[in-house]
Design a protein around this ligand. Sequence first.
Ligand code: GDP
Ligand code: MG
Length: 177
Amino acid sequence: SSDDEGGEEYLFKIVIIGDSAVGKSNLLTRYARNEFNLHSKATIGVEFQTQSLEIDGKEVKAQIWDTAGQERFRAVTSAYYRGAVGALIVYDISRRTTFDSVGRWLDELKTHSDTTVARILVGNKCDLENIRDVSIEEGKNLAEAEGLFFMETSALDSTNVKKAFEIVIREIYNNVS
Ligand code: GDP
Ligand code: MG
């Protein structure tokens, strides 16, 4: 769309999916507000946060959606996915069950999307090296097999959080521009 000066603006919807308690909400608050919550409850209220950045001199707005904890009941609705052009699929490197669920989340994403979705596999909580349950290699291999970008992050100490979101946002931009 065009603004008054004739420049272009972009608005991209991005969803964050993955099992309960992998750190989805904290990744978003770390990225959008530079905040972390040690005792975060299931997200209430805010459906998404908007973050603006500039790519190639164009204003890009990422509208990043967080589940309201519905994933606990396997009840993430199609409304959540509708219109999404980017996705972060998150697991917790200290809990293998959350890594085992990634395939299911990818299937669900595929079922609900009717367009190209820029996707990154995110192994969160990389600060928990001492209780690591999934190796970096396993994460990389899965990402490669599924054609996803890959990054290990820590919402706690901020490692790679900005990078992970921006990889997705840039890829979406490349897909549409
Ligand atoms: P969600 O259910 O996927 O949204 O997960 P939350 O963001 O609510 O986080 C679940 C729990 O994991 C909370 O106790 C967070 O404080 C904790 N947590 C989230 N991200 C990290 C991280 O990067 N490192 C560590 N050590 N804990 C984290
Ligand atoms: Mg949450």
